[in-house]
Design a protein. Structure first.
Length: 280
C-alpha cells in the first residue's frame, strides 16, 4: 500500500471519532515520526510503498487512536517550549499554559545564576526547560513517583542539562533542605467535581495522581508548598504556581494569609486565571 492510499484508509477509520483537523494532524505527525519525513516532504512521497514493518507501526497507532489514547503516549514523546520530551502514562502530557508559566520565570530570571526548585516535576518539563533556558541556574526537582522521576531523568539527559532529582512526597515534608531563589509547582488541582468537564482521553489515560484532589481539600498542595516556601525562599525569592482557574481568588487569599504580601495573578492565552507569582 502506498502512503497516499494509507492516508485515505487512516482518515476513513478516524473521521467518525475526531474532527478533520485532528486526524489530519495525527497522520502528518506519525509520518514524520515513523518515516522521518519533513512536513513538506510528505506530498512528495505519496507513492512511497509502506513495507510490512512500517504498516504495522501505523496500524498499531491507528488502533490506539481508535481507543482515544493520546497521540503523545502512542509515540512516547512530545515537544514543550521547543524542547523534546519523552513521555509515558506515568506522567502528564505537558500543556501549552505551562509553557507560559516557564516563560514568566525565564523572563524574570534570565541572565542570572539563580537556584530553582520544581515541586511535582512529572516529566521534568518545567525543570528541564528552565535548565535549558537558564544555563547558569542550579535546578532541583521533586516528585513522589519513581516512574515519573525515571522519565524526568531521561529528559534531562536527552536535553543535556543537569537537574538534581529527589523522590519525596511533598505533603510529608517538614522543611526544605536549603533555600531557593525560585520555587515553582504545577501540583494536582482538578477537583473531583470537575471530572465531568474532563475529556475521556484525559480521564482514561493520564495519571490521576498528578491531576485530581478531593473537593473538600482542593488547595492542599498549595497550602503545604506555600508554607514550605515562605521559610525556604531567599529574601527576594519568588514562588510560582499554575492554578485551578475556578479557585484563583481562594489561592490568592491563601497565599496572603500565609505571609506573601505581593501576589500577582496572571491569565493564560485562553483568558483564564492560570498562574500566580508570590513574594514576601
Amino acid at each position: 500500500m502506498t502512503l497516499k492510499a494509507y492516508r485515505t484508509h487512516f482518515y476513513k477509520e478516524l473521521e467518525a471519532l475526531y474532527p478533520q483537523e485532528e486526524y489530519e494532524t495525527f497522520f502528518k505527525f506519525l509520518v514524520q515520526e515513523y518515516l522521518k519525513l519533513a512536513a513538506y516532504e510528505i506530498p512528495l512521497n505519496f507513492q512511497l510503498k509502506l513495507d510490512e514493518a512500517q504498516r504495522n507501526l501505523f496500524d498499531k497507532a491507528l488502533s490506539r487512536l481508535q481507543q482515544n489514547e493520546p497521540l503523545q503516549y502512542i509515540v512516547a514523546s512530545t515537544e514543550f517550549y521547543g524542547f523534546p520530551f519523552q513521555l509515558s502514562p506515568a506522567v502528564l502530557i505537558p500543556r501549552p499554559e505551562t509553557e507560559e508559566l516557564v516563560d514568566w520565570i525565564y523572563t524574570d530570571f534570565k541572565n542570572t545564576s539563580c537556584t530553582i526548585l520544581d515541586i511535582g516535576t512529572g516529566s521534568g518539563a518545567i525543570a528541564v526547560s528552565l535548565a535549558k533556558l537558564l544555563p547558569e541556574a542550579k535546578v532541583t526537582a521533586i516528585d513522589v513517583s519513581e516512574d515519573a522521576l525515571k522519565i524526568a531523568e531521561a529528559n534531562a539527559s536527552s536535553n543535556a542539562v543537569n537537574v538534581q532529582f529527589i523522590k519525596q512526597d511533598i505533603l510529608d515534608c517538614q522543611a526544605l533542605d536549603r533555600s531557593y531563589d525560585v520555587i515553582v509547582s504545577n501540583p494536582p488541582y482538578v477537583r473531583d467535581l470537575e471530572k465531568v468537564e474532563i475529556k475521556a482521553i484525559v480521564l482514561n489515560y493520564e495519571p490521576h495522581l498528578a491531576l485530581f484532589v478531593e473537593d473538600q481539600n482542593a488547595l492542599i498542595f498549595y497550602k503545604k508548598i506555600a508554607e514550605l516556601a515562605i521559610k525556604a525562599l531567599q529574601p527576594n525569592g519568588i514562588l510560582y504556581f499554575e492554578i485551578n482557574q475556578y479557585l484563583s481568588a481562594e489561592t490568592v487569599s491563601l497565599l496572603k494569609n500565609i505571609g506573601f504580601s505581593q501576589v500577582e495573578l496572571r491569565y493564560d492565552f485562553a483568558g483564564k486565571p492560570r498562574m500566580i507569582k508570590a513574594q514576601r
